[in-house]
Every structure is written in C-alpha cells, then in structure tokens.
Design a protein around this ligand. Structure first.
Ligand SMILES: Cc1cc2nc3c(=O)[nH]c(=O)nc-3n(C[C@H](O)[C@H](O)[C@H](O)COP(=O)(O)OP(=O)(O)OC[C@H]3O[C@@H](n4cnc5c(N)ncnc54)[C@H](O)[C@@H]3O)c2cc1C
Length: 419
C-alpha cells in the first residue's frame, strides 16, 4: 500500500500552491485532478491574460473579499502579493503592473502563469494523477486516512496523513469546478453556505439591443436600487446586451443584486449616462446644442448626445417625434430627456447561470475552518484552500490571491510536522 504525507484534491491555483508548498517543506505529496489537464480555469482568467494579484495593502484587500475578508488576514500576512510575484519571477516569468493595481504576466498569457506554477511545484517531486476524481474521504476515528477516487479502471483508495480540499466552486463548470468538494465536505459534517453565481451578468426586462450587437458604454455610473432605495453604485464601463447588462461595473454590483433577488426584492439598475455633468450643466449643454441646431431635426442633436443604439430608446420611451426640428422641443420634453440621461432604468429580474459566473459566492462555512492553519475544526488533518470556501473577491486579482494565500497556508500547515 502506497502512502503519502499529503493528498491534495484539485489541480487549480489553490491546489498547485498547496502541493508545492507542502513538497517544499518535505512532504511526499500526491495531487489529484479529475480533468485531463490541471488549471483549466486559470487558463481563462483575465480573458486569457490572468490578473494574478493586486497591489492593494492587506487592510484594503480584505475589504474586497466577501462575506468575511478578515478570515484571510493571517494567510495574507504569511503569503501575499509580493510572495506570489517573487515565486513566479524566480520561475522566469516577467510581471507587469497595470491600471487599478492589477498584476499580469508581461507576456499576457495565462498559460505562462500555469506553466511557471506547475514547474515550481514539480521541482518538489509532487506526484500528479490526472483523470482522477475524488469521491469521498477515508476517515478513522474522525481523523483523515486517505481518499477514495474513480479512475479509468474503477474505484481506488489512496492513503495519506493529511488531505487538502482545493476543488474550487461551481462556476464555469466546463473547467472542472462543479461543486463536488461541497458534497465531500458536507458528508463529514461541514456546513455549506448556499452557492450562488457571482461576478455574473444580469437579466433585465428591457432589451434594447439585438443578439451580437452589444452596446459598450464607458465612463458611466450604474446604481443599484432595492425596493426603491439606492444601495450601491459603481463608475466605469458596462455593456448593454440582448438579455440585460454585463461588463466590469455590472459584475462588481452583481453580488448585491443576486442576493437581493433571492430575497424576492424589487431590483432596478439605473444608468447615469452623463455622470460628469450636474443636472444644471447637462441642461446648459442640451440648450446650447438645440440652439446651434435649431432648424435641424431632433435626430441630429441626439447623435451628439448618445450612442446610435440608444437614440431610438429615448425617442420611443419619451414619445418624441424624431422629425421635429430642434427649436420646437418643449422645455418639458427637454427635462424628460435630461432625466432619462441621468437615470436610464433597467428592471432586473434575474442573473445568468453558473456557466457565466466568474466566481461562486457561498461555499464551505469558514467558521468551521481554523484561519491560522486552514485546518478543519471538525475533521483532524483535513484542510481547505481556495474557492471551495465561503470567500469571494471582487474583480482585480483578488480571487487568485485568495487561492494562492490559502493554498500556501494549507500546504505549510500540513507540512509543519516535518521540519
Ligand atoms: C472567466 C474567469 C475569469 C477569471 N479571471 C480571474 C482573474 O483574472 N483574476 C483572479 O484573481 N481571478 C479570476 N477568476 C477567478 C479564479 O479563476 C478562481 O477564483 C480560482 O481559479 C480559484 O482557484 P481554486 O484552485 O480554488 O479552484 P479552481 O481553479 O476551480 O480549481 C479546482 C480544481 O479542482 C478540480 N476538482 C474539482 N472536483 C474534484 C474532484 N472531486 N477530484 C479531483 N479534482 C477535482 C477541478 O477540476 C479544478 O481543476 C476568473 C474566473 C473565471 C471563471
């Protein structure tokens, strides 16, 4: 019977980091990955460019992690952004800092990050078995003994002193993250905080654009209204799609929206198309353009004010006659145009599925995990790392850093008895 010091379940960034660190500490490590190749999700991060981490200080970082960023304080204090950058740099990867404090590989290739991580891990003689899906843990008197897997030839058991569960969440299931880790952990008493899609596009009743004719709006402000009360807003870029809303600021707002919809609240996302102008400044601008184009048709000035796809939305919703000339526009009509420019509402009725969610909110409850070691408080020598836990970050490299820091700490803790 072959026995290991540590078995890691899942070959994503958290699992690779955990396996590498435990190997570095001298443990004999087996990494089990159910797909044909490891790190499939890592390969599609940052649109294939991989936003590795963020340069925010830890006190700022934890504000971008939900629902309890403070749980990560110890893990981040031991292994943070400069540590992952050093590790990757030592593997020959060049890294660049971009807008918003985001780090990317200078090659803009996520595959280079995966290759660097994997070759770092392999130098510590970590054994890797692919096409191997862990089904359950093997326990003896509430202490880990190993895992039971399915491979081509059927069931097999592997034995180890420690197991790290790094099986990811439920989003983008085609990459292998299908929520199996939740079943494994809950079989042994862990609590699952309901998994919900997050950083996900939103579905609205209004659909202004045809499929494949998405409308990208830059420098706008989107506000979330729940039951008539404004709760959150973001400034930046969004996309109006055939089903509703997407793009960076919508993804950031989606966590609040998904939870509000689950609680059966009425949600409206309103877009301020002219956030740089006060109501008065906007009125002055409209008046100036209308005066300068007095004899021309209304459609002419709308082209100065709005992207093409939105003009018919304004004309239709405000019941305007597009053939009217500018100086015939009444002050009430001008006021209504102004109001809609500052507040273009979308009634949100749902969100897209896990297939399109960048991250999973929810997961294994962190109250049952020791934040100093990542060890389970319920099962001795079982550890957690990465997205399988109830921790989700905003966009900006936060989620990968969570995977790296918790993976490193879990590997370090499993290996601590060796040195
Ligand atoms: C489109 C997209 C873009 C993203 N871009 C970024 C970005 O630029 N920056 C950022 O910080 N974050 C980004 N993220 C989020 C980030 O990719 C994840 O948070 C991160 O991959 C989580 O790492 P993990 O190792 O915990 O889980 P995963 O990467 O999901 O890895 C889990 C692994 O476990 C394996 N597994 C599951 N069950 C079993 C089992 N029973 N037995 C064996 N193996 C199993 C899976 O096949 C998978 O390989 C993005 C996510 C998506 C979907």
């Amino acid at each position: 019977m072959k026995k290991y010091g540590l078995i890691v379940i899942g070959g994503g960034p958290a699992g690779i980091m955990a396996a590498g660190r435990a190997g570095e500490r001298g443990l004999k490590v087996l990494l089990l990955e159910k797909m044909r190749s490891p790190g499939r999700k890592l390969l599609i991060t940052g649109k294939g460019r991989c936003n590795i981490t963020n340069n925010a200080p830890i006190s700022e970082f934890i504000k971008h992690v939900h629902p309890n960023g403070r749980f990560l304080k110890h893990a981040l204090s031991l292994f943070y952004n400069s540590d992952i950058i050093n590790l990757l740099t030592k593997q020959g990867l060049e890294i660049s800092l971009e807008r918003g404090g985001r780090y990317f590989p200078s090659s803009s290739k996520a595959s280079d990050v995966l290759d660097a991580l994997f070759s770092w891990m392999k130098q510590y003689s970590v054994e890797v078995k692919l096409n191997t899906s862990v089904q359950e843990l093997l326990l003896e008197s509430d202490c880990i003994k190993g895992v039971r897997v399915i491979r081509d030839l059927g069931m097999e058991d592997y034995y180890a002193d420690h197991v790290i569960l790094a099986s990811g969440g439920k989003s983008y299931p085609a990459t292998g993250s299908t929520g199996e880790g939740y079943k494994i952990a809950t079989q042994y008493g862990h609590t699952l905080i309901e998994a919900r899609p997050s950083l996900v596009p939103l579905v609205a009743t209004e659909s202004f654009v045809e499929k494949h004719h998405d409308l990208r709006l830059k420098n706008v402000r989107a506000s979330v209204w729940i039951n008539g009360k404004k709760v959150k807003d973001e400034f930046g870029e969004l996309i109006i799609t055939h089903f509703g809303l997407s793009g960076p600021i919508i993804l950031t707002l989606s966590r609040t929206v998904v939870d509000a919809l689950r609680n059966r609240n009425k949600v409206v996302v309103s877009i301020d198309l002219k956030p740089a102008l006060t109501d008065k400044q906007l009125d002055e601008r409209l008046l100036r353009d209308l005066d300068e184009n007095g004899k021309k048709q209304l459609i002419t000035v709308f082209r100065l004010w709005l992207p093409g796809n939105l003009i018919h939305v304004f004309i239709n919703s405000l019941n305007l006659d597009p053939s009217k000339v500018c100086h015939q526009l009444s002050s009430l009509e001008r006021k209504n145009i102004r109001k809609l420019m500052k507040n273009l509402p979308f009634n949100i009725v749902g969100n897209r599925s896990f297939k399109e969610a960048i991250i999973t909110a929810g997961g294994i409850c962190v109250d049952e995990i020791n934040s100093k070691t990542m060890e389970s408080k319920l099962v001795k020598n079982l550890y957690f790392a990465g997205e399988v836990m109830d921790l989700d970050g905003d966009t900006g490299g936060y989620n990968l850093q969570i995977a790296f820091s918790t993976g490193w700490l879990a590997g370090e803790s499993a290996g601590r008895l060796i040195s």
